[in-house]
Design a protein around this ligand. Structure first.
Ligand SMILES: Nc1ncnc2c1ncn2[C@@H]1O[C@H](COP(=O)(O)OP(=O)(O)OP(=O)(O)O)[C@@H](O)[C@H]1O
Ligand SMILES: [Mg+2]
Length: 440
């Protein structure tokens, strides 16, 4: 049977099918299937005589850990795991206007003093980039290519062989032979594949800027996230000035690292002490608790806020911003079952300060304490912090790096820390401990 010349691909998940469908069978999104031309292999190409290649012994391969390139933006280095790995491909994604172009232009400028640095801009004109550079305090020796044709971009990179390159954004590039619109699944996949080849073959460390969909996923196929070496998410509250950069995937480092910035008119400034920013409730109020978490290698104090409000809904709501919804439901259940905080008739809302997301189990106790405080309308004592993992049986478990958490709390003058240990073995004990601290 002849191969279909046209196929339909889902712009959300990359699923392809021969015929058009209203709903994607793979991800159940409506109206996301778009037509694209399938490239038939040129006659005679397939099955060309391949003889196979000799195998190598892994032990015999000589590899030196290549030196990382400092990006000039310390927080970005931290998230990358100690600098940019030469010839790596890094995807930076984030909401519109969050500051992706700003961050990468700052890094590129810093790197351009010692390395050949190229900015491929498909989204803005060279003049717009210049205006931004002026605002950020200079353009260094950054070279600009305003181009959206993928062939041209790749040919230029091959000729120029820069050491670092930023592509802003991967969704604006198009390969004319594919015939589909820029930003479509096929185009994004093709562009990423070509940059992958270019970066590995010519040793170009490449940053790709990627847009995100409404749901926060990187637009285009998931395939993009598999292709690249690192995926960094730039997020934060757009209505406030701080931004958080985190690694979602990193082939060369930890994915727990967090970079915190503040957006100013002169660009992004590193926030040296995020605990100061996020872990300082202004006043004592019911429903607010400070938790010591560990994000990657650094301890971080975060304020967790909760609201508990009576509801008539048959299924009360549990809404968490910055907390995993499953974890939140679990904590609410344990509070009800093992700590005497009944929440069956109440909506529970939880929010973590500063748009930071906590994935670490050590923050469980902070969430529980905030909810209990909101439910009982009794504020947690100012100057009290907590950490600890909550188990399904209501016990409080030890978590890693307790000493570093305590040191961070002490640094900010929080001397009362409720944590698993002597006398505090269960969630009930911890709540009682917090109450006693208040009474004392
Ligand atoms: N003069 C200024 N003073 C303070 N902040 C500014 C100023 N100009 C721009 N910004 C900030 O920079 C942000 C835009 O940054 P940038 O263009 O790098 O974002 P982006 O993520 O690349 O956006 P896009 O998705 O449109 O490419 C604005 O949302 C604003 O917060
Ligand atoms: Mg931009």
């Amino acid at each position: 049977m002849a191969k279909a010349a046209v196929q339909h691909a889902c712009s959300e998940c990359g699923y392809t099918t021969g015929k058009w469908l209203g709903r994607c069978p793979a991800c159940s999104a409506w109206g996301t299937l778009v037509e694209e031309r399938a490239l038939a292999p040129a006659p005679g190409v397939r099955g060309a005589a391949a003889e196979g290649r000799p195998l190598l012994r892994l032990v015999e391969i000589e590899a030196t850990d290549s030196e990382r390139i400092p990006t000039g933006v310390a927080e970005l280095d931290r998230v990358l795991g100690g600098g940019l790995v030469p010839a790596s491909l890094v995807l930076v994604s984030g909401d519109p206007g969050i500051g992706k172009s700003t961050l990468l232009l700052m890094a590129l400028r810093a790197m351009s003093s010692e390395r050949k640095a190229v900015l491929v801009t498909g989204e803005e004109s060279s003049a717009q980039v210049k205006l931004r550079a002026d605002r950020l305090g200079g353009a260094g020796d950054v070279r600009v290519l305003a181009e959206t044709n993928l062939d041209e971009v790749c040919a230029t990179l091959e000729r120029e062989r820069p050491e670092v390159c930023v592509v802003d954004s991967v969704q604006t590039l198009y390969a004319p032979e594919l015939g589909s619109a820029p930003g479509s699944v096929a185009q994004v996949r093709e562009a990423a594949g070509r940059f992958l080849r270019a970066s590995k073959e010519h040793g170009i460390a490449t940053f790709l800027v990627g847009h995100v969909t409404k749901e926060g996923a990187v637009a285009g196929p998931r395939v993009l996230e598999h292709l690249v070496d690192c995926v960094l998410h730039f997020e934060g509250d757009r209505y406030r000035s701080h931004r958080v950069l985190r690694a979602v995937k990193n082939r060369f480092g930890s994915t727990n690292e967090l970079g915190v910035f503040e957006m100013t008119s002169a660009g992004l400034e590193a926030v040296e002490d995020p605990s100061e920013l996020f872990g300082r409730p202004d006043e004592e109020q019911p429903g607010s608790a400070v938790v010591c978490t560990i994000e990657g290698t650094r301890p971080l104090l975060l304020e967790v806020q909760a609201l508990v409000s009576p509801t008539d809904l048959a299924m009360p709501r549990r809404v968490g911003t910055g907390v995993d919804p499953k974890r939140l439901s679990m904590i609410v259940a344990v509070l009800g079952r093992h700590a005497g905080v009944a929440l069956g008739q109440a909506d529970v809302f939880v929010n973590v300060a500063g748009g930071v997301r906590i994935d670490e189990p050590g923050a469980d106790l902070g969430v529980a304490l905030a909810i209990a405080s909101a439910a009982r309308a009794a504020p947690v004592k100012q100057g009290l912090a907590c950490f600890g993992e909550i188990g399904l049986t209501g016990e409080l478990r030890h978590v890693a790096h307790a000493d570093r958490r305590l040191a961070e709390a002490a640094k900010f003058g929080l001397d009362d820390v409720v944590r698993p240990g002597e006398g505090i073995r269960t969630l009930r004990d911890a709540l009682r401990g917090a109450k006693q601290a208040r009474a004392a």
